[in-house]
Design a protein around this ligand. Structure first.
Ligand SMILES: C[S@@+](CC[C@H](N)C(=O)[O-])C[C@H]1O[C@@H](n2cnc3c(N)ncnc32)[C@H](O)[C@@H]1O
Length: 328
């Protein structure tokens, strides 16, 4: 049955509560106590140190959205709720926990201010913005880095499948976090070497004894990046406004020889009817950074301004695309 207009609006008005329930369940590790058979809510509550009635009401709401299934007086997993287990290879638990952090909820609470001024809400928490805030909050930074790895786990197989990395001898992943994508790329191209480049706070604790072809390098992508045949910028440019994007691209262009390849991997928006998840990401960028998701045309202009020519756009997974450019 087609929902009535007021039902559509009311569902959206209340939807923040559903998101918050999911984040709380992820935070409390509830999904790790459930497997194939339904677990009585009293047992779950005892195992997780929660109030049984409150837990039941939260899980019942999620079950109404196919996240958990209420069965035989208890809760069992659905394929979606299983992704909240910490041991799932594509676990979404770190991402759900990240979205539940005060940095998100405080920034979101400022949205009317953001819409009025164009200024991201996170500036209320730290005038230096997201990256400065994370530098000063190591626990939240740890959750952030875990979430990036977890989020990427869903996209990486499709990226490695969709794009041929074999022509490159050296591949640099700029702002590559803990190296999740670069590891997968190097596994698929045994002849290639990789340089993982990120901020010192991310890089310094890392080592890769099991992948000798991967070299971590700490630095600032506004100053200088290592030389390579191919550069990856995954979920980097969307964090920044056009002026900063131009600076990052200029730094990469300074390091790149003519003909080198640049791969921008993020939600590259189609001109018409973009996917709602990509648009949610765009508003997250609005609230949290000065960045935004861009269309192919917008990206092409920025690339050209920095001395690159867009040579192709490849679908990866969902709204994630790989925009390929060459240094000219
Ligand atoms: C949204 S995360 C993306 C991580 C990874 N590329 C991915 O897609 O999973 C952005 C990354 O940029 C890094 N970063 C932010 N500012 C940076 C800077 N000035 N220089 C180098 N890396 C930076 C962050 O530490 C973080 O790892």
């Amino acid at each position: 049955m087609t929902p009535q207009p007021h039902e559509i609006i009311h569902a959206h008005i209340y939807s923040a509560y559903t998101a918050r329930c999911l984040q709380a369940v992820a935070d409390l590790g509830i999904a790790d106590h459930i497997d194939d058979d339904p677990v009585p809510v009293g047992e779950l509550a005892a195992a997780c140190g929660t109030d049984p009635d409150a837990l039941h009401r939260v899980l019942r709401l999620l079950a109404a959205h196919d996240v958990f299934e209420q069965r035989h007086g208890g809760y069992a997993h659905t394929p979606a709720s299983r992704l909240l287990r910490g041991d799932h290879p594509m676990s979404a638990r770190p991402l759900a926990r990240l979205m539940g952090l005060p940095l998100h909820w405080h920034s979101l609470a400022q949205l009317p201010h953001t819409v009025t001024t164009g200024e991201p809400g996170i500036d209320v928490l730290d005038p230096g913005g997201l990256w400065a805030y994370l530098q000063g909050h190591s626990e939240e930074a740890e959750t952030f880095n875990r979430a990036m790895t977890s989020k990427a786990a869903a996209d990486i197989p499709a990226i490695v499948e969709a794009y041929d990395f074999t022509p490159f001898a050296t591949i640099a992943d700029i702002g590559g976090g803990r190296g999740h994508l670069l590891r997968a790329v190097l596994d698929s191209v045994p002849a290639a070497k990789g340089v993982l480049f990120d901020q010192p706070s991310v890089i310094d604790p890392l080592s890769f004894p099991d992948q000798p072809r991967l070299t971590p390098r700490a630095g600032d992508f506004f100053s200088a990046v290592p030389a390579a045949d191919a550069y990856i910028l995954m979920h980097i440019l969307h964090n920044w406004d056009d002026e900063r994007v131009a600076r990052i691209l200029a730094t990469v262009r300074d390091a790149a020889a003519t003909g080198a390849t640049l791969l921008v991997i993020e939600n590259v928006l189609p001109d018409e009817r973009p996917d709602p998840t990509a648009l949610s990401m765009d508003v997250i960028m609005l609230a949290l950074t000065r960045g935004h998701e861009r269309t192919v045309g917008e990206l092409s202009v920025l690339l050209e301004g920095a001395g690159f020519r867009l040579t192709g756009v490849t679908e990866a997974s969902g709204s994630m695309r790989i925009a390929e450019a060459k240094a000219v």
